[in-house]
Design a protein around this ligand. Structure first.
Ligand code: GLU
Length: 263
């Protein structure tokens, strides 16, 4: 596993399970604050941080009085609208404590297919980097239609990494990376480096995500494929302690799975 100290523009993606309590869906303030502190500090160290966050639907569902995340599209969209403003308020205030400015970008999949829209987004990213502002991205769930758009944020994070020409994509999740078996089984081993995403690697990524989010290991491997094929090194890392992000940039021993970019 290399040390990523030379990577400057870094996309960090977190899922709903990284920032909300599974029991209630409400924001886990302690965990989210700890992550923002590390991101703010990495920015202070000279990195350009791009933050892709899920969580709008589950945080909005909790705030909107749902006992669990609803399944019908209008309710999901309403919850996303409630939760997104809640999340942005928290991110904006917390980054502000470290003197960092943030901007919200809500994207739909046509940023891939529609050249004008893609150019608009790229121009926005470039201007925000010039202005030293941290872009915070989620899918625009209110205007998106499930199946046709981003219904999980792993793919979105890979597309964002491409659009902003990131040096590294980091996806944080409930497990420390890709295992050669069931991560719950103590005999399974973490795979530290994936040179190529083969059918064997894809078959290891079975199973779905947790109760809060929509993605899982498979969508992360697919995202890693999009990013590495676009020349972007990609890492899947655990979300238990955000200080693991320091280790990625300071040591060669961070516990994670590294997917090598394809030249
Ligand atoms: N845009 C969704 C949200 O913010 C992402 C869902 C997911 O990836 O779990 O809730």
């Amino acid at each position: 596993m290399p040390c990523f100290d030379n990577k400057k523009r870094v996309v960090v993606k977190i899922g709903s399970s990284s920032l909300a309590y599974p029991e209630t869906g409400s924001l886990n303030i302690r965990k989210s604050r700890a992550l923002i502190e590390v991101l703010a500090d990495l920015k202070n160290s000279g990195k350009e941080i791009v933050f892709v966050t899920s969580g709008a639907q589950c945080v909005g569902a909790a705030k909107g009085g749902f006992l669990k995340k609803p399944q019908d599209t209008p309710s999901k969209q309403a919850c996303a609208a409630i939760g997104q403003s809640e999340l942005m308020k928290f991110y904006s205030e917390t980054f502000e404590q470290y003197n960092h400015k943030v901007a919200q970008l809500l994207l739909t999949r046509d940023v891939v297919s529609n050249q004008t829209r893609r150019t608009n987004v790229i121009n926005t990213f470039n201007k925000l980097f010039e202005m030293n502002v941290i872009p915070i991205i989620n899918a625009n769930d209110v205007v998106s239609i499930k199946q046709l758009d981003f219904d999980e944020n792993d793919t979105l994070s890979a597309i964002v990494a491409k659009l902003c020409k990131a040096d590294l994509l980091v996806m944080m999740t409930d497990v420390d990376g890709l295992y050669d078996g069931d991560p719950e089984n103590p005999d399974s081993k973490l795979i530290p480096v994936v040179e190529h995403i083969t059918p064997e690697i894809i078959s290891l990524a079975q199973g779905s995500g947790g109760t809060l989010g929509s993605g899982g290991m498979l969508t992360k491997i697919e995202a890693a494929q999009i990013a590495t094929e676009s020349g972007i090194d990609t890492v899947i890392v655990g979300n238990r302690n955000p200080k693991i992000l320091y280790e990625l940039f300071e040591s060669e021993n961070a516990k994670c799975t590294f997917f090598k970019k394809q030249d």
